[in-house]
Design a protein around this ligand. Structure first.
Ligand code: PAF
Length: 281
């Protein structure tokens, strides 16, 4: 596996592959890779002739006071994991490569409506940063397809919409959320949890599972949101939202809607903000 930091070198290698008809799969990441990322790599590896992964902690998707500075940066460890997972190129640019005019003076992509809710409402500007950096990465890598994790459900929907809206020639694929044995969704941010918080953290998945169970038993979705929020508060979380939405566009379902729904949670446990989701179908 080659590690490339320079955009021109990346383009030259990928141009060579593409001119010989090879399909390119892409897995964008912020590094600190775990089994969840490796499963996305595996998915890409099975479908592409060549696989590119990126590691870039993108400053424009972090708000003031968020964890940009302390986000875990583990490039050497990531290189080992990516090479083992069959990655051909690791693209690890610096901020100046991704934002030649600086992050504050960069062009920015905003997708209205779908980013006004849930994560977008609680982290203003977050999805503008994600959409912008993913577009820049797509322009540099020019992949045939890119793979995103379903754990960041709203991010996946935003990217699917962006690709369709802007007519980007990239197929968006997704891989399932990988969980620890106790149900906690794998995330680089889990390592911020203290030992006691780590024991409580699986309550998010347990709550989502209970919501889905009660929904299947015929309960109205509106009542489930309130009950789940109260359950998380009793377990020591401070929820930002507990919501049941249409999986397709994250809009609020009609009162009697029962197909194609997903439950989404964001909650703070101490200083750590965790997100998770569970499709009901
Ligand atoms: O999901 C992530 O790791 C990031 O949001 C992404 C898609 C790599 C953009 O920085």
């Amino acid at each position: 596996m080659q590690t490339v930091t320079d955009a021109a070198a990346l383009r030259a290698t990928i141009r060579g592959w593409r001119s010989s008809g090879q399909a390119v799969g892409f897995v964008p990441t912020m590094g600190n890779l775990h089994a969840g990322h490796h499963s996305l790599l595996k998915l890409a590896r099975a479908r592409a002739d060549r696989v590119v992964a990126s590691v870039f902690v993108n400053p424009t998707q972090f708000g003031p006071g968020e964890d940009f500075e302390r986000y875990p940066r583990t490039l050497v460890q990531d290189q080992v994991g990516l090479a083992e997972a069959g990655c051909d190129i690791l693209f690890a640019p610096d901020v100046a490569t991704m934002y030649p005019f600086g992050p504050a003076a960069s062009a920015s992509i905003h997708l209205p409506v779908i980013t006004d809710t849930l994560e977008g409402a609680h982290r203003p500007g977050h999805f503008d940063g994600v959409a912008t950096v993913v577009t820049k990465l797509f322009n540099l890598v020019q992949p045939d397809f890119a793979v995103f994790g379903q754990k960041d459900f709203q991010q996946l929907k935003v990217i699917e919409r962006m690709v369709r809206d802007l007519g980007l020639p990239v197929k968006v694929m997704s891989g399932p959320t990988l969980r620890e044995d106790d149900g906690l969704a794998m995330s680089s941010r889990n390592q911020y949890l203290s030992a006691t918080e780590r024991q409580r953290a699986p309550q998010i998945h347990a709550t989502l599972t209970q919501m889905r169970e009660l929904f299947r038993q015929g309960h109205a979705w509106q009542a489930l949101e309130q009950a789940a929020k109260a359950r998380l508060e009793r377990a020591g979380f401070v929820p930002d939202y507990v919501a049941i939405r249409r999986a397709e566009d994250l809009a609020e379902p009609a009162a009697d809607e029962r197909e194609g729904l997903v439950a989404l949670v964001a909650a703070r446990l101490g200083a750590t903000r965790l997100i998770d989701n569970l499709p009901f179908d």
